[in-house]
Design a protein around this ligand. Structure first.
Ligand code: 1HN
Length: 349
């Protein structure tokens, strides 16, 4: 067992003042803060944002703040471990709920962080990414990779709300976060690639990289339509054994995560099922696409309904369960980042 380390208070006052004057500080009182033993000690606190609480505030924002005054009309889901106003739900993940009203346009811009949207409510909105028009339907995941131009529009008749997830906190921490403004984009006159080239698993267009049809060549598929996912999960639940029914969204050309830092995994919880995933080094934002259930996170119980969102800190012990209907949870996580950094880890329970 290592000995307890010396504290700042152990040192003579005059010495502390001399260190401060010289612009230095002793490492040893901070050693266990920067390198805790065994596992990280996250500042992030698990939290549930119920849609029924945020939705009325978001609709009120629609009356109070025209989109021109907001650029993006968003209420940010702040990690309570950092306080309301924190631009993050976990150390690496930003989450917010965005409202676009019929006829509104959110202007084109591009920025260094990547974003993904999960469509929560309403029909008729779309995002244009590098000229590709991506329709937004309930449960769809739509990517706007870092550096790609994107604007949002709405041809429907009801408010549309979606969940934004961005790797913004990391870019901000790296002092690498910035944006450029642009003109609304001309749209390619064709359906997005998820409806053409990448509509079926195992089939990709036979062309060289140079002549790819993709609007953003490193990100060939930028929309993951919900209906197909639900069909696959239900059929997996029928055909497979008792193991959890879970799928990952991937870049269909590489099999890797569709964005560099964020991963997207969808879990179907069968009626009456209890799912105990391993403790993971990744942090996550969960969103209930359909169904209701409860998740115990490090001993605290969160009951969720469809359209609710909750955060899970790194290495949390979590247990999901559901009632008489299947439930579908999407997990946006930073596993791909951790894999690239070489420290992604799962601990069996
Ligand atoms: C952004 O560009 C969008 O494009 C949404 O809809 C949320 C939060 C922080 C920074 C950029 C969008 C964002 C954002």
């Amino acid at each position: 067992m290592a000995e307890a380390l010396g504290t700042l208070e152990d040192l003579p006052e005059a010495y502390r003042e001399s260190m401060t004057a010289a612009g230095v500080a002793p490492l040893w009182p901070m050693m266990r803060n920067v390198l805790p033993h065994g596992a990280p000690q996250p500042q992030t606190k698990a939290h549930l944002w119920a849609f029924k609480d945020v939705r009325p505030l978001l609709l009120e924002a629609g009356e109070l703040t025209p989109v021109e005054k907001a650029e993006r009309r968003v209420l940010v889901l702040s990690d309570p471990g950092r306080g309301v106003g924190a631009m993050q739900a976990t150390a690496s993940l930003y989450a917010g709920l965005q409202l676009l009203l019929p006829g509104e346009t959110a202007p084109a811009h591009r920025h260094t962080p990547s974003a993904a949207r999960v469509v929560v409510e309403g029909e008729g909105a779309f995002t244009v990414v590098e000229g590709e028009k991506l329709p937004m339907k309930h449960g769809d995941v739509i990517l706007t990779p870092g550096g790609t131009w994107h604007d949002h529009g709405h041809d429907g008749t009801e408010p549309v709300i979606w969940l934004d997830a961005l790797d913004l906190p990391l870019f901000y921490y790296l002092e690498g976060s910035y944006a450029e403004e642009g003109e609304l984009q001309a749209r390619r006159n064709r359906p997005d690639t998820s409806e053409v080239e990448y509509q079926a698993a195992g089939i990709v267009p036979s062309r060289s990289r140079a002549t790819r049809v993709a609007a953003a060549p490193d990100f060939p598929m930028m929309r993951f339509p919900w209906d197909r996912t639900e069909t696959v999960l239900r059929e997996m639940a029928e055909a497979s054994g008792p193991e959890p029914v879970e799928i990952d969204y991937v870049n269909p050309e590489t099999g890797q995560s569709p964005l560099p830092i964020m991963g997207f995994t969808v879990l179907m919880i069968r009626p009456g099922e209890t799912v105990r995933p391993p403790r993971r080094s990744s942090s996550a934002i969960f969103h209930a696409i359909k169904g209701c259930g409860k998740t115990v996170i490090d001993g605290e119980t969160f009951e969720w309904q469809a359209k609710d969102t909750f955060s899970v800190p790194v290495f949390a012990e979590i247990t999901h369960s559901t009632g008489t209907e299947p439930a579908f949870l999407i997990r946006v996580h930073d596993g791909p980042l951790q894999e690239k950094l070489g420290y992604y880890e799962e601990r069996a329970r």
